[in-house]
Design a binder for this molecule. Structure first.
Ligand code: C2E
Ligand code: CA
Ligand code: CA
Length: 266
C-alpha cells in the first residue's frame, strides 16, 4: 500500500472512531515533588479499534498533521478539549479537588480558526474556570511560524488558560523561544533524562535548565520519569512536577477516578 492510501485509511479510521465514540482519553497524573501529591494530569488520546485494542497517537496524529487541510486534526483536538472539560466537570460533580488538565495541541492550529474561542466557549458552557485548562505546545511549532505561535500563546494566556512548552530541549529554537515567549510551564523532554541522570554531563545540563526555568518564574515538569534515581535527582534539583511510568502510567478515566478517589480518602 502506498503512503497516500495508508493515510486515507488512517483518516477514515479516525473519523469513524470519533463518530462512534471510540476515541478514548487517558489521563497521566503529574505528581508534585513536595508531598508526592497528584497536581495535574495530561490528557492523551487513544483510539479503540474493532478488536478493542488501543491504537496509540503516534500511529495517527502525524498522518492528520500532514494533511493539506487542518480539518481532521482540529476535529480530533477539539474533541479532546471537550473530553477534558467533561473530566473536570466530573471532578466537580464528585466533589474532588480540581486539577489542571493539560491537552496537547497540534502546531496545525497556529493559523487556524482561533482555538481559544473554542476552549472559552466549551469551558464557559460547562462552568469550568479557565485556569484548570492547560495547553501543551511543542517548541517545534516555532519552526513553522514563530510570530503566529507567539500570538497564539498570547491569546491563550490572555483568556486565562495556562500554556506549557512541551518536549523542551529537543528542538532548535528552545532558548530563543523562552526569550520571545512568556509561558507558564516548561516540560523537560524525556530524552534529557534518558541516562537516568547518572551521566555527569546530563546532570549538569538538567540541573542548570531547571535553575534557569525557575529564575524565569516557570513551573518545571519532567516527563518520562521511569525510575527512582531520576525521580530523586529531579526532586533534589528543584523540579516542581514529575510525570512518568515510575509513578503512574496514563490511566483510563475509570482507572483514574478509582486511583484519585483512593488517595483522596486516605
Ligand atoms: P507527548 O506530549 O510528549 O506525551 C508523552 C508521551 O510519553 C505519551 O505517549 C506518554 O504515554 C508517554 N510516556 C508517559 N510516561 C512515560 C515514561 O515514563 N517513559 C516513556 N518512555 N514514555 C512515557 P503517547 O500517549 O503515545 O503520545 C505520543 C504523542 O502524541 C504525545 O507526546 C503528543 O505529542 C501526541 N498526542 C497525544 N495525544 C494528543 C492529542 O490529543 N492531540 C495532539 N495533537 N497530540 C497528541
Ligand atoms: Ca505533551
Ligand atoms: Ca513531551
Amino acid at each position: 500500500m502506498d503512503n497516500k492510501e495508508n493515510d486515507k485509511e488512517v483518516l477514515e479510521m479516525v473519523e469513524e472512531a470519533i463518530d462512534e465514540n471510540r476515541v478514548k482519553v487517558y489521563y497521566q497524573p503529574k505528581f508534585s515533588a513536595k508531598g508526592i501529591k497528584v497536581a495535574g494530569v495530561e490528557a492523551l488520546c487513544r483510539i479503540e479499534n474493532e478488536y478493542h485494542e488501543l491504537v496509540l497517537p503516534g500511529e495517527f496524529i502525524p498522518v492528520l498533521e500532514r494533511q493539506e487541510s487542518s480539518d481532521a486534526i482540529r476535529r480530533l483536538d477539539w474533541f479532546i478539549i471537550t473530553k477534558a472539560c467533561k473530566f473536570l466537570k466530573r471532578l466537580q460533580r464528585e466533589r474532588l479537588e480540581l486539577l489542571p488538565v493539560a491537552v496537547n495541541l497540534s502546531r496545525r492550529h497556529l493559523s487556524d480558526e482561533p482555538v481559544e474561542h473554542y476552549m472559552c466557549s466549551t469551558a464557559n458552557y460547562m462552568e469550568i474556570p479557565h485556569k484548570y485548562l492547560e495547553v501543551e505546545l511543542t517548541e517545534s511549532a516555532a519552526e513553522d511560524d514563530s510570530l503566529e505561535l507567539q500570538r497564539l500563546i498570547y491569546r491563550l494566556r490572555g483568556s486565562g488558560f495556562r500554556v506549557a512548552i512541551d518536549d523542551f530541549g529537543t528542538g532548535q529554537a528552545n532558548f530563543k523561544f523562552l526569550i520571545e515567549n512568556q509561558v507558564d510551564v516548561i516540560k523537560l523532554d524525556k530524552s534529557l533524562i534518558s541516562h537516568g541522570c547518572d551521566d555527569p554531563r546530563e546532570k549538569e545540563v538538567v540541573r542548570d535548565l531547571i535553575r534557569m526555568a525557575k529564575r524565569l518564574g516557570l513551573t518545571v515538569v519532567a516527563e518520562g520519569v521511569e525510575n527512582a534515581r531520576q525521580w530523586n535527582f529531579l526532586i533534589d534539583h528543584g523540579c516542581d512536577l514529575l510525570q512518568g511510568y515510575f509513578a503512574a502510567e496514563p490511566l483510563s478515566e475509570a482507572e483514574f477516578f478509582d486511583f484519585y478517589n483512593s488517595i483522596e480518602v486516605e
